[in-house]
Design a binder for this molecule. Structure first.
Ligand code: CP3
Length: 341
C-alpha cells in the first residue's frame, strides 16, 4: 500500500497527520455521481461491478482521500435473503414484503454468498484500479439496523414496528437477528476474501435503542460477527449512531476502531476506551454547510484536541448529506491533508 495512513491509524500506530475519508463520500453531493445515476438505477449501479467501481473511484479521483469505500448498500444482504428491495428517488429504500411474522422469518435464506458474488467481483475491479494506492474499505449493516428496514418495510422515523417486535416478541426478533448476523459475518468474510483492506459495520439506527435493548438486540450480534471475521491485518471499524453513549460497550466487541458521533468530545471518549482501540470521527456533518473559515477552524480545533494521540482517523460523525456543497467537502479534505503535527 502506497498510502498506509488509514491502516496505521486503525492499528494505533503513529501517523504525521490523521488520515481522512468520509462516510457517503461517493454519493449525491457529487455532480459526477448524477452523471452515472441518471443512466442507471441505484441497484443496477451496485450490481454491475464496472459501475460500482466507477462510483467508488469518484472520490479517489476528485477528492484525493486516504481510503476508498466500496460503493454498495447495507441492504444488499437483506435483498439476497429474500427481501423485495427497491430504491425510489425521494422515498429511499423499500421492501415490498416486510418481515413481521414467524413465517416471514422462516422464509428468509441464509446461504446467500452466491447471490452476493457481484460484490466480490466489484471489489476485484476496484482493487485493480486502486493498484495499491490507498486501502479499500468494505462494509455491512449491523443486524439491528438491517432488521429495522426489513420489519418496517423501509426507512422509519420512530422504528415503531421494530421496537414493538423487540418488546412484545423478543424471541421472534432474535430469530430474525440470528439469521441476519450469520449472513453478515459470511458477507464480510466474502469481502475480505475478495480483497478489501478494512471493514466497517454500520449500525446507523442504534441510537433509537435503550441501553438494555442495545445490549440485547444489537451489541451481542456485533460481538458475534466480529468474532467470526478472518481479520488478520484487516482492521474492523464499528460505527453506530449513538456511539457517544454506547462506545464503551462497543469496545467489548473488540473492533480495532470505533467511529464516534459528534455529540461527545472525541478525546474524552478516546480516554474512556481501551488504549488499543482507535477512534474515527467526529465532525458534525452540518459543519460542511458552513463558511470555509468555520470548516477550517473546527477541523483544526479537533486536531489540536487529538494532538499526541495515536489511533485517530478523521471522519464525520455520520454521512455527508446530499445537498452539502461539493466544494466544501473538497476544501475540508485539503485542510486535513495540509495539516502536520
Ligand atoms: O459511504 C459511501 O460512499 C459508500 C456507499 C454507501 C451507500 N450506502 C450508498 C448509497 C454506504 C456505506 C451505504 C450504507 C447505508 N445504506 C447505510 C448506513 C450508512 C449511514 O449513513 O448510516 C444505510 C442506513 C443505508 C440505507 C439507505 N440506502 C438509505 C436510507 C438510502 C436512501 C437515502 C436517502 O436519503 O434517500 C440508501 C440509498 C443510497 N445508498 C444512496 C447511496 C449513494 C442514494 C441512492 C440514490 O442515488 O438515490
Amino acid at each position: 500500500m502506497i498510502n498506509n495512513l488509514l491502516l496505521d491509524a486503525a492499528f494505533s500506530k503513529p501517523t504525521d497527520r490523521p488520515p481522512v475519508w468520509m462516510m457517503r463520500q461517493a454519493g449525491r453531493f457529487m455532480p459526477q455521481y448524477w452523471e452515472i445515476k441518471n443512466k442507471y438505477s441505484f441497484l443496477e449501479m451496485c450490481k454491475t461491478p464496472e459501475i460500482a467501481a466507477d462510483v467508488t473511484m469518484l472520490p479517489v479521483e476528485l477528492l484525493d482521500i486516504d481510503a476508498a469505500i466500496l460503493f454498495s448498500d447495507i441492504l444488499v444482504t437483506a435483498e439476497a435473503m429474500g427481501g423485495d428491495l427497491s430504491f425510489t428517488q425521494g422515498v429511499g429504500p423499500r421492501f415490498a414484503n416486510p418481515v413481521r411474522t414467524a413465517a416471514d422469518i422462516e422464509k428468509l435464506e441464509t446461504e446467500v454468498s452466491d447471490k452476493l458474488q457481484y460484490v466480490a467481483d466489484a471489489i476485484k475491479v476496484i482493487q485493480q484500479r486502486l493498484n495499491g494506492k490507498i486501502p479499500l474499505i468494505g462494509f455491512a449493516g449491523a443486524p439491528f439496523t438491517v432488521m429495522s428496514y426489513l420489519v418496517e418495510g423501509g426507512s422509519s422515523k420512530d422504528f415503531k414496528l421494530t421496537k414493538l417486535m423487540l418488546h412484545n416478541e423478543p424471541e421472534l426478533a432474535h430469530r430474525l437477528l440470528v439469521k441476519i448476523a450469520a449472513v453478515t459475518a459470511d458477507y464480510l468474510n466474502l469481502q475480505i476474501a475478495a480483497g478489501v483492506n478494512a471493514v466497517q459495520i454500520f449500525d446507523s439506527w442504534a441510537q433509537a435503542l435503550s441501553w438494555d435493548d442495545y445490549t440485547e438486540f444489537s451489541h451481542r450480534y456485533i460481538v458475534e460477527i466480529i468474532s467470526k471475521l478472518n481479520r488478520t491485518k484487516i482492521p474492523v471499524i464499528s460505527f453506530c449512531k449513538g456511539s457517544s453513549v454506547f462506545a464503551p460497550l462497543m469496545a467489548e466487541a473488540k473492533p480495532d476502531v470505533i467511529s464516534i458521533d459528534w455529540n461527545v468530545d472525541l478525546l474524552d471518549m478516546k480516554k474512556r476506551l481501551p488504549n488499543e482501540i482507535a477512534v474515527q470521527g467526529n465532525l458534525d456533518p452540518h459543519i460542511l454547510y458552513a463558511d470555509k473559515k468555520v470548516i477550517k477552524d473546527r477541523i483544526h480545533k479537533l486536531f489540536e484536541r487529538m494532538r499526541g494521540e495515536n489511533g485517530f482517523i478523521f471522519n464525520l460523525g455520520h454521512g455527508i448529506m446530499p445537498d452539502i456543497p461539493f466544494d466544501n467537502v473538497k476544501f475540508a479534505i485539503e485542510v486535513v491533508k495540509e495539516f502536520r503535527y
